[in-house]
Design a protein. Structure first.
Length: 157
């Protein structure tokens, strides 16, 4: 089966019903995408498929053949971090960090669709669970990334 992952064609023999999460982690060794709940409730496994935020723990690989899959590994590089990654650091979003790759991928999908989201749009799009409770920092970081990295009055902590 051939999948388009992070701009590259990747081929492996796998069961079409295998969840995309396990194909990414166990078959293709892309371990940035995390497993947590296994029932699409928490969002730690969020990746982008054709630009949309998708919970990979419940998405069979057969559903994503021929589509563009993006994982956290494609969001930015050490030399050129994505605006969201810089904003995440500036706003000190991560605590334990476990949910962050899913959060970042959901935020990237939001900003692609809605470049200047309101608080309500962020709240609606960001259904990921953060056990550390950094939701206000996530919202501030998304606003920061949306305006190019500057602090937003009344939004930063």
């Amino acid at each position: 089966m051939e999948l388009q992952i992070n701009g590259k064609a990747m081929t492996a023999d796998m069961d079409p019903s295998m969840p995309l999460l396990w194909a990414l982690r166990d078959v293709f060794n892309l371990t940035g995408t995390k497993f947590s709940c296994g029932v699409a409730a928490c969002g730690a496994c969020t990746v982008r498929v054709d630009g949309q935020a998708v919970r990979s723990c419940v998405t069979p690989v057969s559903n994503v053949v021929g589509k563009q899959i993006r994982t956290i590994e494609s969001l930015g590089t050490a030399d050129k971090p994505h605006a969201l990654q810089l904003a995440w650091i500036a706003e000190q979003v991560p605590q334990c960090g476990y949910c962050q790759s899913g959060m970042l991928m959901a935020a990237a999908a939001l900003l692609e669709k809605t470049p200047k989201p309101t608080d309500a749009q962020i709240d609606e799009a960001m259904s990921n669970i953060c056990r550390c409770g950094t939701y206000q920092r996530v919202r501030a970081a998304i606003h920061r990334a949306a305006i190019g990295g500057e602090a937003v009055a009344g939004v930063s902590k």
